[in-house]
Design a protein around this ligand. Sequence first.
Ligand code: HEC
Length: 126
Amino acid sequence: MFVLLAAAFPACILAAQERPNGQEEFRTYCASCHGISGRGNGIMAELLVKKPADLTVLAKNNGGRFPQDKVIATIDGRVEVAGHGAREMPVWGKIFRSDHEATNSAVSAEDRILALAYYIRSIQQR
Ligand code: HEC
């Protein structure tokens, strides 16, 4: 029994660590401009000439369908957004780049991006 538990628990802990939390990623890398609620009212917003987009109306503005591919492409840099800085060095650094050798992180850039996209999908207004 003990052997079984000892074998099973580290696996659970590892699994929990490896799954990125989209809300956390959002708060860390996006909320300064887009706001905690995603409505574009982050603390940086009033300092920017171009206002951050309201990320809760992406589906609404796209005929009710969340534009997931576009959101993913915006985060990985395939779609450039002036407010995010240069593609090679976006305002959030290299964290969402697949060639980023994340220090002591077992989480891949792809998983982070997907978790973030799912989170943004979850805050869409109906
Ligand atoms: C330095 C401020 C800043 C940060 C940080 C930031 N954004 Fe933005 N974002 C903007 C601005 C400004 C725009 C509007 C730019 C435009 O319309 O050209 C924008 C636009 C967008 C759009 C396009 C919305 C549309 O209508 O098509 C998406 C998607 C987006 N941001 C996602 C994110 C995500 C995800 C993060 C975090 C990884 C993030 N942004 C971090 C400033 C920021």
